[in-house]
Design a binder for this molecule. Structure first.
Ligand code: COA
Length: 392
């Protein structure tokens, strides 16, 4: 295989939570004008995990349809990207490996760098597949985004997992070699080990994100990347969907194009926000939920270039491109994607608040969770400091 052979995303599947809270319920509780949520930040509802769901059950639920379709004979690596890790030592992907019955001849590892982690996983996966094109890599991005109750970040919570099967001759999107990178040491968002909810300086994080877009794009050009006009659409990391619009306008101004034409911006971003607007921030998964929404909704993207901007607070960003493979429509999971969103059960604000404040005991005792999820996997409880999972 030469360095120019196609490697990329062969399959994409996602899962989200049992419950959903509409922003209308949050607004009614805290007195916020609903326009701030629906228009100002571009969010309609947020996925809320049930007591028996976590990043493992979501990740396994996202990946199971991929294994069902492609088998697991060629998967020798699983990379699990998350910033809502459940253990300081053991990779969450090992539980998923077990729940999915993957072969023992497999390496499994967890990756962390805020919302950017899944993009690092994708790039590392491409490197492994280039070394041996017979192998496939399962990349799982799974996160529960949790901020303090009554904080500005509360409206941007969410949860979901995306699974990507990375292989040679991909059926969906070929990932190109040129990549623009940017790292800066900023404290815009972080979560110390002793905290459940993230700490964030919201306004600072928006500015840090925009700076990173500029930096990653600049490096992308220096690495021989495509010109701005080549792209049919742009998938940005979406902590809230309005951020994609802010980022794109910033990039337009940076490349010397004035963002007066609203239709142009809408064409570039509009079809990438549908899933994130109703799921909320899914951290590492969000940029790939943007891709899922775009592929599911766009009329025909065959051979068109898509720009990806992945940002993880702290901060690392990467800009790269993918080209859509002829025949990709036959491999999409559009119906299952819509179903995952539609089948969530609406909770009241009071129910959401109770779920938010629930935390696991830390005494090592036995504790079982109520059966709430209807997903294929559930977190049954804790015993002797161990998480116990069940397959349905
Ligand atoms: N109708 C329409 N728009 C309204 C509105 C109304 N009634 N009321 C407010 N808005 C707009 C504001 O003008 C603002 O738009 P702008 O950003 O284009 O200026 C937007 O809604 C948000 O208002 P703001 O006052 O900035 O909200 P906030 O102080 O609650 O903070 C975040 C918003 C996103 C910073 C906050 O939710 C947060 O901290 N989120 C977590 C961190 C995050 O997601 N960071 C992103 C980078 S990773």
């Amino acid at each position: 295989m030469s360095n120019n052979s196609a490697v990329g995303i062969h399959d994409l599947s996602f899962a989200t939570t049992r419950y959903v809270l509409p922003h209308a319920a949050l607004a009614e509780y805290n007195g916020t004008e609903i326009g701030k949520y629906h228009i100002g930040i571009g969010q309609r509802s947020m996925s809320v995990p049930a007591a028996d769901e976590d990043i493992v059950t979501l990740g396994a639920a996202a990946a199971a349809p991929i294994i069902a379709r492609h088998g697991n004979d060629r998967i020798r690596t699983v990379v699990f990207a998350t910033e809502s890790s459940i253990d300081q030592a053991k990779a969450a992907g090992i539980y998923v490996h077990s729940l999915l019955g993957l072969q023992s001849a497999c390496r499994v590892v967890e990756l962390k760098q805020a919302c950017y982690g899944a993009t690092a996983a994708l790039q590392f996966a491409i490197g492994l597949v280039r070394r041996d094109p017979d192998q496939q890599v399962l990349v799982i991005a799974s996160d529960v985004s949790k901020y303090e109750l009554d904080s500005p970040g509360e409206a941007t919570q969410g949860a979901a997992a995306v699974a990507l099967l990375v292989s040679a001759d991909p059926a969906l999107v070929r990932i190109e070699n040129a990549s623009g990178l940017f790292t800066a040491d900023v404290m815009d968002f972080w979560r110390p080990n002793y905290r459940d909810a993230a700490l964030v300086d919201g306004q600072e994080s928006v500015q840090a994100y925009l700076q990173a877009v500029e930096g990653a794009w600049k490096d992308y050009g220096q690495q021989g990347g495509r010109s701005f006009e080549d792209f049919a659409a742009f998938c940005y990391h979406q902590p809230f969907t309005k951020m994609a619009y802010k980022a794109h306008r910033h990039l337009l101004n940076h490349v010397g194009l004035v963002d007066t034409d609203k239709d142009d911006v809408e064409r570039a971003i509009g079809q990438t926000v549908a899933y994130n607007a109703v799921i909320g921030n899914s951290y590492t998964a969000s940029v790939y939920l943007g891709l899922a929404a775009l592929l599911d909704q766009a009329e025909d993207l065959t051979d068109r270039a898509i720009g990806f901007l992945s940002y993880g607070s702290g901060s690392v960003a990467e800009f790269f491109a993918g080209t859509v493979v002829p025949g990709y429509q036959a491999h999409l999971r559009s119906e299952a994607n819509l179903d995952a969103i539609a089948r969530r059960k609406q909770v009241t604000y009071a129910e959401y608040r109770e779920l938010h404040e629930r935390s696991f005991p830390t005494d090592g005792g036995d504790y079982s969770t109520p059966t709430e999820t209807t997903g294929p996997f559930r977190l049954a409880g804790l015993s002797g400091h161990k998480r116990i999972y069940q397959t349905r």
